[in-house]
Design a protein around this ligand. Structure first.
Ligand SMILES: Nc1ncnc2c1ncn2[C@@H]1O[C@H](COP(=O)(O)OP(=O)(O)OP(=O)(O)O)[C@@H](O)[C@H]1O
Length: 262
């Protein structure tokens, strides 16, 4: 199995707070890898570094052998890394179709400005984009809602829309940030199946998720962070039986109880 992404010694500090400390791991092609850990463990910070929202303070990120840690998020997306956000980032006054088409423009020659100004080159691409966007919309099961305003969709459908838009950039690596947050049991099961179908299309997946049933059910490998550091890595079974992981989560439960009592 080829290494798609390699993270070496990633550290991120915000003033005095060290959100990630010397974290290294690899993401292999074709796998669904999970990133878990108690609240504040540094999961979102890690995703933000991998998708170039901000650079690491120190450390290297290699994607298909190329250093990417100082690149812009646009460039990283162009190379094939796409992501969804914990706090949905859809355009609420645009239709489902328009939202997904915005995702496509990040990968076209003409780009968004040419499309907005309706240059001839952009018009030709517009048709291709429209068809490709509809394909992603069908893939996630939103075809009946393609012309509905995103603002009127319930959370479950918005999460599917975010997924369709991330897929529209034609990623090879997809980062899913709490894609099942707020979903009910049935929606979560459907999301698990959808993630597996995405992997079966040949897209590698890195997922941050609090829903342990989802993580344990779909991941080939799990990486565990606690207080910014990697404390374990292994199969779901290995992780479930790992003493450091159990202690980290029990610590969190104890803290929550103290908060409730206090
Ligand atoms: N922009 C920031 N400025 C200052 N501190 C930050 C910033 N972003 C994150 N942190 C801190 O870094 C640590 C890790 O936060 P992060 O959001 O990455 O954790 P997380 O594992 O994603 O948490 P959760 O599961 O609650 O979303 C926390 O202590 C957080 O307060």
């Amino acid at each position: 199995m080829r290494n798609l992404l390699e993270a070496h010694g990633l550290t991120k500090s915000f003033g005095g707070v060290v959100a990630n400390r010397d974290v290294s791991f690899t993401l292999e092609e074709g796998l669904i890898v999970g990133l878990i850990g108690p609240n504040g463990a540094g999961k979102s910070t890690m995703f933000n570094m991998l998708s170039a929202v901000f650079p690491p303070t120190t450390g290297e990120i290699k994607y298909k052998g190329q250093r990417i840690e100082k690149m812009s998020s646009y460039k990283v997306c162009e190379l094939g890394i796409s992501r969804t956000f914990q706090n949905l980032q859809v355009f609420k006054n645009m239709s489902v179709l328009e939202n997904v088409m915005v995702g496509h423009h990040s990968r076209t020659k003409s780009g968004m400005l040419a499309a907005a100004l309706r240059f001839p080159s952009a018009k030709k691409e517009e048709k291709i984009i429209l068809e490709a966007a509809m394909e992603q919309i069908k893939f996630v099961g939103l075809e009946d809602l393609y012309d509905v305003n995103a603002g009127s969709l319930p959370l479950g459908k918005l999460r599917l829309l975010e997924l369709a838009r991330a897929l529209a950039t034609k990623p090879e690596l997809l980062l899913l940030d709490e894609i099942a947050a707020g979903l009910n049991h049935i929606e979560t099961l459907e999301m698990s199946e959808l993630i597996k179908r995405i992997r079966n299309k040949g897209i590698s997946i890195f997922v941050v998720e609090h829903d342990m049933d989802l993580v344990m059910g779909i991941c080939d490998k799990i990486i565990v962070l606690d207080q910014g550091m990697k404390i374990a890595e292994g199969t779901p079974k290995e992780i479930q039986n790992n003493e450091k992981v159990i202690a980290a989560y029990l610590g969190e439960e104890a803290e929550e109880k103290v908060e409730v009592i206090g």
